[in-house]
Design a protein around this ligand. Structure first.
Ligand code: SF4
Ligand code: SF4
Length: 406
């Protein structure tokens, strides 16, 4: 694709990168075939090719009207990156979208309701103590809340202590990240993972000062706040980094951002080396458990596997979870359209509730078509989003590798 970005923009790292990405797109449109929003809405501007064109115009001109149109269609993008997996030219759409959303933030305004929702999401969700207080209050007035928010509230905190048990001491040590939302919404996941690691003689360490990975801000176009969150996280985790073999994330939505710290902080003279080291040590839990002895520990037999977009498209990890579950003795049922997003997509289910509902309905129909006993996934957002509309249990896959009362 030919571009005419202003020289001043081309002189910046973001402008140069955006230009390179835009030029790699040959406008073939193959990506539209696997774009969830294009499939639902059927509008060229709600597919990747149209959005790439909108970002190009946004960067080439200073037309406020055009920016408003771009905002509508970029807001509807899930950041699922299915288009990247499909694109034969290797267009790095996710990076281009990051740049586009950041530029939009300085060019457009938002209605008060949208602005308030975004403010709440970025000022509350990444902070576990604040989120716990809001969740407790929200449960009292759940019937008053919009359905998409009520469905996301963590259930009452369990009476059992779910703090991961370090075990050991063992020679192999990992840093097991707690996540910000995950530690409240699905605390049983990391407790199960710690138990699984201990059974395989791997010690799990945690750090009290761990904060949000920055992904939430990044997806909402708040790149300055996102980079600040990453630096804070690196400051907190650095002291333990040399002690551990890996930094392990059990939420693929966080993992995809954590693995990208090296790129995201590449131009930061103080943090670039640390960020690259940290990203190089970060793995998804499936990459660790692939080398473990595993066994079927729960009564479920037929499993419907929902691969989060952040795992299959973002981290390009397709296959390891399925192999682990089959090795443990579970039967995976066939699931149509496994490449499509469930509609959770970080904060998307709150900001775009109608599209998120439609995508979840489609996803649950595919996941339950072959009558599974349980749905398993690898990300807290997908887990809570799907669980809100089905009576089948929705678990993290690692939970199937420890006994039910663990
Ligand atoms: S992003 Fe890739 S698949 Fe989509 S139009 Fe551009 S080159 Fe074609
Ligand atoms: S990231 Fe997902 S929703 Fe956005 S354009 Fe690509 S395929 Fe479509």
């Amino acid at each position: 694709m030919q571009t005419r970005l202003p020289e001043t923009l081309l002189a910046t790292p973001e402008g140069k990168r955006a230009d390179d990405i835009l030029r790699s797109c040959v406008h073939c449109g193959f990506c539209n075939a696997t774009c969830p929003t294009y499939q639902v809405l059927g509008d060229e501007l709600d597919g990747p090719r149209g959005r790439i064109y909108l970002i190009k115009e946004l960067l080439e001109t200073d037309d406020r009207q055009q920016a408003k149109i771009a905002q509508t269609h970029l807001d509807r993008c899930l950041t699922c990156r299915a288009c990247e997996t499909t694109c034969p030219s290797g267009v790095q759409y996710g990076e281009l979208l990051e740049i586009g959303r950041s530029v939009l933030k300085s060019r457009t305004t938002r209605g008060w309701r949208d602005a308030l929702s975004r403010r709440w999401l970025t000022r509350v969700l990444p902070y576990p103590q604040k989120f716990a207080r809001w969740a407790a209050a929200g449960r009292l007035v759940k019937w008053l809340l919009p359905r998409q928010i009520a469905g996301q509230l963590p259930r009452k905190v369990e009476h059992r202590d779910r703090t991961p048990v370090a075990g050991g001491p063992y020679t192999r040590k990992i840093l097991l990240l707690q996540g910000c939302v995950q530690r409240l919404a699905t605390p049983a996941v990391n407790a199960a993972v710690a138990q699984l690691c201990n059974a395989n003689e791997v010690e799990t360490m945690t750090v009290d000062g761990e904060g949000c990975c920055g992904g939430l801000h990044l997806h909402l176009g708040e790149d300055v706040e996102a980079l600040d969150a990453m630096r804070r996280n690196l400051d907190a985790l650095q002291p333990i980094l040399d002690e551990v073999e890996y930094v392990v994330s059990t939420a693929s939505g966080c993992g995809v951002t954590l693995k990208d710290y090296g790129r995201l902080l590449a131009h930061d003279p103080k943090y670039s080396a640390l960020a690259a080291e940290f990203a190089g040590k970060t793995i998804d839990i499936a990459e660790l458990v692939g080398g473990f002895n595993v066994a079927r520990k729960q009564n479920f037999q037929r499993i419907a596997w929902h691969a989060p977009c952040t795992l299959q498209h973002g981290q390009k990890l397709t296959g390891p979870v399925e192999q682990i579950l089959e090795r443990a003795g579970y039967e995976l049922v066939a699931v149509n359209d496994g490449h499509l997003c469930c509609g959770s997509a970080g904060t998307y289910s709150v900001l775009q509730p109608d599209l998120a509902d439609q995508l979840r309905t489609n996803k649950l129909a595919n996941l339950t078509a072959c009558d599974p006993d349980v749905i398993v996934t690898a990300n807290v957002g997908c887990q809570t989003h799907l669980q809100a509309e089905t009576d089948l249990p929705v678990l993290h896959w690692a939970q199937l590798l420890v006994s039910a009362d663990a």
